[in-house]
Design a protein around this ligand. Structure first.
Ligand code: GLP
Length: 261
């Protein structure tokens, strides 16, 4: 079941996501969060940092696991997801760094690094929530459109589309790694709640496809989230612009309006 929550704008979406995380962290002795990178969750992280400083949310017992990391760049490289997470969140909140996990992108043995990450996921256990963004081509984490999708954390070859889209974070497109290490679909789904966040004009196509798709499609990996019983899609009005009223008005089966706004 996917519940859809349409937010006025990016800011409202970020605040809503932070509210959900805050509730989960408050209500669990050892909260377990699955975290994501990219532009989409940045506003949510800012909000969480603010609330942590105000004493509204305490991360001292929280464990986190991140979705993915580029292969071949150091964690000190500002384009790495390690660096992103430190800069946007971990350095500013009272989480214990040993409880915050990101796959190892600079290992000389990436296959072992993937298997080690699966051990970490197994030891942390099922997450209370998993934040997920989506690529313009429908990828989730770095699970790219393909005939077959990995179940568990693996080494992934990035598509040209993803390299081009993500090159905005790098000085030159040649600097974008062509491989990454990413949780697989079974790992992504191993959470009590999936919070799928989608915002902005560039995601209009992917939202339309997601709401109109009638089948699971490995060439549209985000469709795999329909197999999870508890997904909240937090989406802003701009990303919804191409979805016609007909789709929204008719009974769209497994998609229901969300009552959290
Ligand atoms: C990257 C990440 C994904 C993320 C996607 C969308 O490819 N591996 O996990 O969801 O980008 O990013 P953005 O939020 O910047 O659009």
């Amino acid at each position: 079941m996917m519940r859809i929550c349409i937010c006025k704008d990016y800011n409202q979406m970020s605040v809503k996501a932070a509210d959900i995380i805050q509730g989960i962290v408050k209500n669990n002795q050892i909260p377990k969060l699955g975290l994501a990178t990219g532009s989409t969750p940045e506003g949510m992280y800012q909000e969480l940092v603010k609330r942590n400083k105000e004493g509204l949310i305490d991360f001292s017992n929280t464990k986190t696991v991140n979705l993915d990391e580029y292969l071949g760049i150091e964690s000190t490289n500002p384009c790495s997801y390690h660096y992103y997470m430190d800069e946007k969140l971990f350095d500013h909140i009272n989480i214990k760094k040993e409880n915050a996990h990101v796959p190892e992108g600079k290992s000389s043995d990436p296959i072992k690094a993937a298997s080690d990450y699966n051990d970490i996921l197994d030891s942390v256990g099922r997450r209370d929530v998993q934040i997920i963004g989506v690529g313009e081509n429908g990828h989730i984490a770095f699970n790219e459109p393909a005939d077959k999708l990995h179940l568990r954390t693996s080494v992934i070859e990035l598509t040209q589309n993803t390299i081009e889209v993500n090159s905005r974070f790098f000085n030159r497109i040649e600097d974008v790694p062509n491989k990454a290490i990413s949780m697989g679909i079974a790992d992504l789904l191993d959470a009590n709640l999936i919070l799928l966040m989608i915002s902005g004009k560039n995601k209009q196509g992917v939202v339309k496809n997601l709401l109109e798709c009638q089948m699971l499609d490995t060439h549209f990996p985000v469709s795999m989230l329909y197999t999870h019983p508890n997904v909240i899609l937090l989406v802003d009005e701009e990303a919804m612009e191409k979805v016609d009223d007909e789709t929204m008005n008719k009974e769209i089966g497994i998609i229901k309006a969300c009552d959290i706004l």
